[in-house]
Design a protein around this ligand. Sequence first.
Ligand SMILES: NC(=O)c1ccc[n+]([C@@H]2O[C@H](COP(=O)([O-])OP(=O)(O)OC[C@H]3O[C@@H](n4cnc5c(N)ncnc54)[C@H](O)[C@@H]3O)[C@@H](O)[C@H]2O)c1
Length: 328
Amino acid sequence: MPILVTGAAGFIGSHVCLRLIERGDEVIGVDNLNDYYDPMLKKARLARLVGKREFAFRELDIADPMALAESVSGQTIKKVVHLAAQAGVRHSLENPRAYIRANINGHLEILEFCRACPGFEHLVYASSSSVYGGNRKVPFSEADPVDHPVSLYAATKKSDELMSHAYAHLFGVAQTGLRFFTVYGPWGRPDMAYWIFTQAMLEDKPIRVFNNGDMWRDFTYIDDVVDAVVAMLDKAPSAEAPPHRIYNVGNNRPARLGDFIDTLEKLLEVKADRQFEPMQAGDVTRTYADMTLLERDFGFRPRTSLEVGLGKFVDWYRSEWTTRSVAL
Ligand SMILES: NC(=O)c1ccc[n+]([C@@H]2O[C@H](COP(=O)([O-])OP(=O)(O)OC[C@H]3O[C@@H](n4cnc5c(N)ncnc54)[C@H](O)[C@@H]3O)[C@@H](O)[C@H]2O)c1
């Protein structure tokens, strides 16, 4: 019985598909391959999946009513990993409608799809650490109030959690929402700081460092995130009423942006040209996950240190991505 993965050509989605296939699951991956960032990267990620017997890809927009139902054409789906979204905090200041379409209308269509699947077991969906907004109490805990988003992106992710709660309550759709904290690694996202810095430093260009580098982030390595997603997919909430849980998926060890850049300098053996700029609208100074809940329920602990994970990203970027970009 196939597992449906949305955002299959995305950073996290492509890694999740690969892991599910490796452990013997059949996967139907969907994605609209939009151009928020270079679709060639999305196609290159897909190329690692397409051709595998257990994988089928459908290009579609999850916000189109009926598109999902038509794409699975009569196959029974009992598990969905929903990772398709309009991501990125800063872009939501410029293109707000993309967030409403993908993250609100799209999330609704996923819920409707799951609700209509006979014997449906579990929807695991992506929320974000952004929901914590400007909260000052750290580490961020799932029990903290999250009623003050500081970007439209965060507002859509919090709305997703509320919509999911309602569908769990009304229709018994079992769900787990994951608040990811800055995920990074090979095949990552070119709009994120670790990629932008690496590219700029290798091209001898300056990097923009906000708030004097005094920003703290829980950087979470992709393999750790995939471990958590797959472990949770296998364990739907059942005892809870309604059957809906939310977990932080972070690293529990926040790194200061300035120290992060120091690490990158060592790995790349390049001195960064740091241009210090004030804090950006919609950004928050510190995100740091309380991981007690995930550890308690799943025994989950992130395994990868920033030095090791960043090293793997840098190796991939240098040996695989830049050579591939030149060849494209
Ligand atoms: N990467 C992170 O640090 C991070 C942090 C917090 C939350 N998240 C969330 O995790 C999920 C995955 O993030 P990612 O980093 O892999 O992002 P990504 O942008 O690489 O992947 C998202 C994918 O969804 C697809 N998509 C967008 N709108 C769609 C639509 N309407 N129909 C079909 N496909 C659509 C995109 O083409 C893309 O391939 C997202 O929900 C994101 O908001 C990510």
